[in-house]
Design a protein around this ligand. Sequence first.
Ligand SMILES: *Cc1c(COP(=O)(O)O)cnc(C)c1O
Length: 393
Amino acid sequence: MKPTLIRPGGLSQSASTSLVTPLMPSVAYASETPDQLDDQYEGRAQGYTYAREGHPNADVLARRIDAMEDAPQPGMMVGSGMAAVTAVLLGLCKAGDHVVGGDQLYGRSLRMMRDDLPRLEIDTTLADPTDVQAVEKALRPETRLVLIEVVSNPTLRIADLAGIADLCRARDVLLVVDNTFTTPRAVQPFAFGADVVLHSVTKLLAGHSDVTLGWVAARASGHAKAIYDFAVTTGLTPSPFDCWLAERGLMSFDLRFDRAETTAARLAEHLGQHPKVKRVLYPTRPDHPDRARAQGLLKGRGCNMVSFELDGTRAAANAFTKAADRIAFAPTLGDVGTTLSHPASSSHRALSSDQRAAMGLSEGFFRVSVGLEDPDALFSVFDAGLAAVGENA
Ligand SMILES: *Cc1c(COP(=O)(O)O)cnc(C)c1O
């Protein structure tokens, strides 16, 4: 057999321009000379070296999300929304620091506050982000950052983003906003003064429940570098294929968001008129506790999430999901299809029933992530589910 090189023709260059971003799964990137590598590592030249440090599909996607969030510095893609939370908390904090978190953060973020940060000698306090005084009371001289979400899950309370941003600025504390629920279509936290914004791209931005990804960007280049270095050192960087798929999903994000939001507002109204529904939570409803703030912050818009409560027990919840089985009963949100979640048996199952009751999460409480179905077809599935409630109970 004639000896040959693995790549006898060198590296291929396409002669045509592809309409679609090419998928680049390469782990390593070749350089011409050590001088060229020096230039790349010292920031004098652009280029890739090794995929964990960065790759083209991640950068193409990150630039798109940067533009949507109007990010002051280029952001980066990481392997999940939780990887973004981790990179921020551990990239920016050290032992002895203190962190304040919203008291209704995403479940795993709460767990990081309660279990992981204290284990690393980073003390944490949870505070109600709808009440700026409660957040102020939680601050200490050693508080490094405040982490909030704008719309809480699953009760859809609206944080006092402007008030907390002013407080953080006055007290020289970093404000970190997880903008997954609201998305830049509704709120751009950098415009309010956030220092760091992050996303679970897994949800609405990618939108098709086929990738797990996160994005994070910082206002200050020093913070961006600290987050980047931590993420790269600890291997939080994402797969090219996931970035490529998410870029495809992102193409239709605006249309998907607007459609889902319009249907969600109608669903909230539909459920609100149903005799078996005790309570509906939606930011633009007149009975929403933070309606005035939602009006200002979300510019009169809602979101794709609706929560509602049946007057009932676990049996009623079981009857509803069984009869409404054409809607996926699944613990995610932001998918093209409507999904239904039941906090008492999933996201909030670790809490006692008293703790859940204090948050207004009874056995009859459901959260709906509205998708792109025909609204009337969707409402008829809800009606079928509601018709089954209490029938044999
Ligand atoms: C899902 C979610 C996360 C975590 O994202 P993953 O991509 O699942 O790691 C963080 N924050 C919020 C608000 C979320 O909904």
